[in-house]
Design a protein around this ligand. Sequence first.
Ligand code: SF4
Ligand code: SF4
Length: 446
Amino acid sequence: MDEDIEKIWWTFPRFKIETMVTGLELPVNLAFIPEPTDNPDDPLLYVTELYGKVKVITNNWKVHIYADNLLNYEPNYEFPGTGESGLTGICVEPESGDIFVSMIYEDNEDVKNKLVRLKSKDGLKMDSMETILEDIPSIKAAHQMQAITIGFDGKLYVNIGEGMVNPEVAQDDSDLRGKVLRMNLDGSIPEDNPNPDSLVYAKGFRNPFGARWRKSDGSLYIADNGPAYDDRVAKVEAGKNYGWPESMRQNSLFWSNLSQGITSLDFMQNGEFPYEFEDELFVAFFGSAYETGHAIKGKKIVKMKLNKDGSAVNSFDVFVRYMGKHAASPCGLSFGPGGLYFTDLHGEKNGPKHAASGNIFRVSSIIKAEGEITVPYTIENTSRCLCPGCPTRNECMRNRNQVLFCSQGKTECEVERRGCLCGECPIQGEYGLTEFYYCDEGAAKK
Ligand code: SF4
Ligand code: SF4
């Protein structure tokens, strides 16, 4: 399968993609345990499946059911539609290895959100479940309780959508919907919350699906989905109002005019990629549910370079793009051992919408072969590269934003040699390069 995978998932130059897990049923989010052991049979990561399972993947990449039947209703599989909710957010508590997950549940005629803590002696099978927070109204459609994270302050942060029906609740301080909540691990209110009598940490969100903490500024960043426009990324600060339902741009860092279905995000901050990618933000753009084929909206992962204080986006590049014909699309995303991992919610197969065809992929940096010259793939070098004006660079390369072939290696596009500008390029002299047609021959060598 991996031979084909490179053809259907385009990756940024000097990276490769591998299939790590297949056969999952609507895998939503994933969470690595902070310090995995060396034992092949011990847990490495957990994944939520939308319709009520948590699976654990061990160090030897075997998949086990950690918890099953966590929903107290039968999903109807309409996607998009009412089958779009269920079990979504997940995080691991580092001290105990317990797992927090978010879900909706039926309470007589009502649908509500809840947050639970799952406990296990060996990390492989749930032994007990404790409810941390419940009774918050929801519907079986979308905008439910989503991402859960544990902050650098040891508190639990919970993203919760506004429930779709009455978006104005996002501005109501007495309603927990449309908020980022902050709580102690047992669900109680920390004394230093913006309002010491309330779990509300920040308000004015619509459907804040993703969340992650950035080490370099100690802050929480979230992904929040707009109506048909203005999907956004925002840095969340105590007591701030993020504007919904009036605005999706208020206090936001980035927004997209086209609805891209932003789901999850993570920072490269533990050396998983080369240093030139340090502190870059990687964001999954899911797109439209169950849309097949290569799409303009979504179906990609982008990377953004933020400025130091997280008030502006300095660069934006497509990092992974789906090029196949099916429903595959990135949903959950997290850095883990050796690279960036993401869930592919629907999977590559066409078939029943609830078919167990979801995947987990890993994108990792390609180690250079001995003898290769390292031309760093930096913004500065890409801006100096003469490939964009070269007669050999064709539409296929342009569509993939490919330049700097002396660094990235050869293209997968067909090359018809019509001249090469490398001889006139400043990079050639600076790095002592002597070859031509790197787009056809591969990266520069000594
Ligand atoms: S490597 Fe040379 S031939 Fe290929 S696109 Fe760049 S300048 Fe043109
Ligand atoms: S040597 Fe060629 S591939 Fe490398 S930066 Fe210059 S024009 Fe681009």
